[in-house]
Design a protein around this ligand. Sequence first.
Ligand code: PMP
Length: 283
Amino acid sequence: MIYLNGKFMPIEEACIPVLDRGFIFGDGVYEVIPVYSRKPFRLIEHLNRLQHSLDGIRLKNPFSNDEWSHLLEQLIAKNDGEDQYIYLHITRGVAKRDHAFPQVPPTIFIMSNPLLPPPAELLVSGASAITATDNRWIRCDVKAISLLPNVLLRQMAVDVQAVETILIRDGFLTEGAASNIFVVKDKMLLAPPKSHLMLPGITYDVVLELAAANQIAHEVREVSETEIRAADEILLTSSTKEIMPITKLDGKPVGNGKPGTMFSQLHDLYQQYKATRMRGFSS
Ligand code: PMP
């Protein structure tokens, strides 16, 4: 069951007009929210980021946080699975094709799919990634539905059986095509600072909070391409992949080529944090 413009319906029945500005211009924003034990994880943080994205494209938020929360609760109840992930999408609506903003209601689409944990094999042996020049626009902090550059960059990884493309702009790490990236050197966790050049990841925030709360040495600062290539560990984070070790970069082993101790520690802390959140809080 999905939600489209005020109604719940089976996805097969959901239709939008071809003149929707999401279809014509990619004129919209989205969010992906993991749901564990039927409870949205870090919901307020996701809704705050949605507001930031809507502000970034000058589109009014159609709902209050309470309304979003109620809507998501209903959608989760209508779908199978304790663990799900919500995809939520708002476009500037349907209008005659013209770049100028129309005065029409937005299109609001929400779906929920089963959330499967990353394959155990990837957590045990690690995953491969490649690097590429970050050729996206310079408002990567906006979670825009126009993802063509991300699609092309991610496909470069898929073409060589890698899981992600790590992006480098002007000699520095930005993020992955669909994830945030951390580098570990001499037991120090390094994270590129949030800016308009990367998406402020919700999982990225959780990892930094866990590092701070557990006396894990960490620094938020620019990470150079040289440092990526000399890393002891590389970690990938996203709401659906959680924390994943990257053990091969551009065909060469990262560190000793195995998931490292920083990965194990943060992975365990993340699982504990999730369990505590699900027991104690509603989001
Ligand atoms: N950067 C990009 C470009 C992404 O698409 C994602 C995944 N949505 C992330 C980072 C990770 O963000 P989050 O932890 O909020 O899923």
